[in-house]
Ligand binder design. Sequence first.
Ligand SMILES: [Zn+2]
Length: 445
Amino acid sequence: MILSSGAQSIINRDPEIKKMVDEISKEKIEQDVRKLVSFHTRHNMSLQNDPSQGIGAAWNWIKSEFEKNIEASDGRLEVKFEEYSVGGKGQRIPHQVKLKNVIATLKGTNPDDDRIIVISAHLDSRATLDNDSTGYAPGANDDGSGVAAILELVRIMSTRKFSSTIVFMAVSGEEHGLYGAKFMATKAKQENLNIIAMINNDMIGNSGSSETLINDNTRVRVFSEGVPAFETEQMTAMRKFTSGENDSKAREFARYIKETGERYVEQINVTLVFRNDRFGRGGDHTPFCQEGFTAVRICEYNENYDRTHKIPAVVNGIQEGDLPEYVDYEYVRKNAGINLATIANLALAPYEPVNCGIITGRLTNKTTLRWESPLKGVKPTGYYILMRETIQPSWEKKIFVQGNEATVPYSKDNYFFGIQSVDALGHESISVFPGQARRQDAPTN
Ligand SMILES: [Zn+2]
């Protein structure tokens, strides 16, 4: 955590999560990025049947790397391909092609827990031309860095037990239209899967900017949507009623990543960006948002446009191309740590409280919040009431309470509130933004 104010903060860490974060190896990450680069190109129209070149060699290798962890997981880790067809006349992929995503599922140990947490990166790469399927497209940072982080997380987390199920994805098709992620999001919706959170890691290893020449590996961005891409009429009405446009589920999750990531990883400032993605651009979390899931993107703070989507060459004395020597592996390690801490904390946490509301029965300068205990999973030891001034981006106060109602001497007009479940070891659920508790529920005293 970067301390910028005079305020003290107490950090309680779960020693098991800390240990896992400390096991992340930047040497292993570098090895894996270099291996991914060795396939020459991972273009979506590149070779699928060559043992050492092209996208097929890449997905086969990732699958075999995932599979190495099955034994250590006592069989809880399941690894498979998910295959889908894309392309056709007039499309960016002009002929039909079958692509594969590589999916590793670490089954939760609590049979009552149907929650799923998804972490994703894309395995495909591209260089200057959209349709160049044979030129060198190393994709070391985009998105070798994300895939290498996921390989590390599978390696470390498969040896541990979590209540919830964790799905690790290396998807294809991103560079030509987010196809692999779209396929997974649509399928998840059709199967009615209880995905409570999805993190897309796309470009998490470049720490220096082009043009502005900033070098900084202590900041990383988390992009989250404000007004959700998917909203029912009821959700829209409640958002307007509560002025909740800065408290979408994705945004609460982004705040959760900031708090949890900075709790476990040193020298990193998780910077919340209040937009779904970079200006006019998208990523693999977007199809999940569109299907109504809670999904965000983790991305480096500074991008280098001499390297992204460029065929490696020296141009005007500048080495262009997304080469492995330009990835900051210490930075990838930290960003992988943020992912690990977030997923582990969430996969061990109680379910969120339900029917969370602010009681509006009478005019008062205090705020009374009411909620119900989750019906599934471990029983929470208590709840945190979170609060912040309406102009603040992140939560400012966190008050531990027990029971199913709390009154705090702060006006609901001047603050936003959130409610989290928490267990005895301090694992919190994502915070829930309360709606309005019905008048007839108001206490009569
Ligand atoms: Zn990318």
